[in-house]
Design a protein around this ligand. Structure first.
Ligand code: GLN
Length: 536
């Protein structure tokens, strides 16, 4: 039977529930268990696809085309196993399902209420992945903080499920904060006690407390927390600030979180976790022999979470190259043809980020012109690739008004235009070209050499595409379409022959980069940037 672990958070947000969940999952996976993680988000949007990145960070896209919370990216990067729509559920989706059922007559004669109808729908979704038979353990992370009004139905669902599943088949891990008061020179346990009290009011006794802290937690403090929160002393787990999120599985191993969990769930401990490749990655990450400086040009740079998967993909690719990647975020709105030289000086490579709308678009184009003309490695992702096409059209093909119709519907040279099937779509939510599609790579191209194969699958999130009416013109002028969708001929990759590294992808390679499988495009882009830095 599948076992269920619920992870709640108290005291404050941003304690790192996603990283703790992913780290525990990694340890259990490394002991030979089949584990997945799902996240329940208490907001009313059906999914985060319509949210501004400033609100909620990056929108992560799964193989099956679900637009999801960025924590799913951590789950995939740690576990190297794809997630799906079932791994991320919002309050909006729960209510939508219940309301649809009400209209179908599923509750005929009944008053539809939060308890039991909403909680039943939450519980059904909490059990779906376990019922597939594919997993031994399902970890469920509850977004938000205990005590939030909007979290209540989730907490009540966990309470009911714990009773239904029994204590050997389920457990609750509560993540809390143990703050350090500098004036008193002490770690304080009261916020943890209060937050556990609040959980108890809702009928949940947590089994394990993971205490986020800036200083080591002494045995005395552990004992105090254990005594006042009714848990075993070995169930008080220290989660100290780490220099990289990739250290957290090892920190949790040291705290024996995995052992405590398995004992409580009455599961055999099996062998000690096999973390050889993980440690190997950490070794290379922490002992780089080289260093590069890469610019990321985007318009959401004030909030690094907006480019989470890109910055993590650089960490994986850096480790692979034994090279420290220093990422410099550059606001696209701050770039002009005049200051591009100064702003991009000293960089060994430039990545132009994905995005939507016209804000900052000219800065992206200026940056691309500069790196193209100066043989600096360039990597464009989605909007970044589209900007490279526009720039080449204007400055090489001599099409002065080359533009994407996203920026100007009446562009004289619409070198990027809306996909045919997108034209009839009015609704904004979940209607882009989303998820994994196949792409054939041109023989002899840089892309084919990098991937080392002819057919790849990558994830997408866009409405606009390269306009194939211009393809001949571009290819004659030296920009090759080296990746093509085999079904509808959409251009998925463009590259330049006479440049050390100039490649744009319509898809999002960053979404598939994991610790075990750093993405080849990022690995090669970092390698090209490294060669550039050595030439300088
Ligand atoms: N705005 C562009 C499009 O919809 C690019 C999207 C993206 O960068 N994800 O095609």
């Amino acid at each position: 039977m599948t076992k269920y672990i619920f992870v709640t958070g108290g005291v404050t947000s941003s304690l790192g529930k996603g990283i703790i969940s992913a780290s525990l999952a990694k340890l259990l996976q490394a002991r030979g268990y089949r584990v997945t993680i799902q996240k329940f988000d208490p907001y009313i949007n059906i999914d985060p696809g319509t949210l501004n990145p400033y609100e909620h960070g990056e929108c992560y896209v799964t193989e099956d085309g679900a637009e999801t919370d960025l924590d799913l990216g951590h789950y995939e990067r740690f576990l190297n196993v794809p997630t799906s729509q079932a791994n991320n559920i919002t309050t909006g989706r729960i209510y939508q399902n219940v309301i649809n059922k009400e209209r179908e007559g599923a509750y005929l004669g009944k008053t539809v209420q939060v308890v039991p109808h909403i909680t039943d729908e939450i519980k059904r979704n909490m059990l779906i992945l376990g019922e597939s038979g594919e997993f031994d353990i399902v970890i469920t992370e509850l977004g938000g903080t205990v005590g939030d009004i909007e979290s209540l139905p989730y907490i009540e669902s966990v309470r009911q499920l714990r009773w239904e599943l029994g204590s050997a088949n389920s457990l609750v891990i509560h993540l809390t904060l143990v703050p350090y008061l500098a004036a008193a020179g002490e770690l304080k346990t009261k916020p943890t006690q209060h937050s556990v009290k609040m959980l108890l009011e809702y009928g949940i006794q947590p089994d394990i407390l993971v205490c986020r802290t800036e200083h080591h937690i002494s045995q005395d403090i552990r004992r105090k927390i254990a005594q006042f929160c009714n848990v075993n002393i070995n169930a008080v787990v220290e989660s100290i600030d780490a220099s990289t999120i990739y250290d957290v599985p090892l920190l949790m191993l040291k705290e024996q979180l995995d052992r405590t969990v398995l004992t409580k769930l009455k599961l055999p401990h099996k062998s000690e976790p096999d973390l050889e490749s993980w440690k190997d990655f950490l070794g290379r990450l922490k002992n780089p022999t080289n260093e590069v400086h890469i610019g990321v040009v985007g318009k959401y740079v004030e909030l690094p979470d907006a480019y989470k998967s890109i910055s993590e993909a650089f960490i994986h690719a850096g480790a692979k190259n034994e090279c420290k990647v220093n990422v410099k975020y550059i606001h696209s709105e701050s770039l002009t043809p005049e200051n591009a030289v100064e702003k991009l000086r000293g960089l060994d490579g430039v990545l132009v980020a994905p995005g939507f709308g016209s804000r900052g678009i000219d800065g992206k184009i200026d940056a691309i012109r500069y790196v193209r003309e100066n043989d600096i490695p360039f990597f464009g992702i989605c909007l970044g690739m589209q900007c490279a096409v526009v720039e080449y059209g204007r400055n090489v093909l001599g099409l002065p008004d080359a533009q994407s119709t996203e920026m100007n519907e009446d562009a004289k040279f619409p070198v990027i235009s809306m996909m045919e099937e997108q034209k009839k779509i009015k609704n904004k939510g979940g209607t882009m070209r989303l998820g994994s599609y196949a792409c054939d790579l041109k023989k002899g191209s840089k892309a084919a050499a990098i991937y080392g194969k002819n057919r790849i699958n990558e994830r997408h999130r866009h409405r606009y595409e390269f306009n194939n009416q211009f393809l001949d013109q571009y290819e004659k002028a030296g920009m090759t379409a080296s990746g093509i969708n085999p079904e509808n001929n959409l251009v998925e990759i463009i590259e330049l022959k006479n440049h050390p590294f100039f490649l744009g992808a319509q898809f999002h390679p960053e979404l598939k980069s994991t610790v075990d499988n750093p993405h080849p495009l990022f690995v090669n882009f970092v390698a090209a940037s490294l060669s550039h830095s050595k030439k300088k």
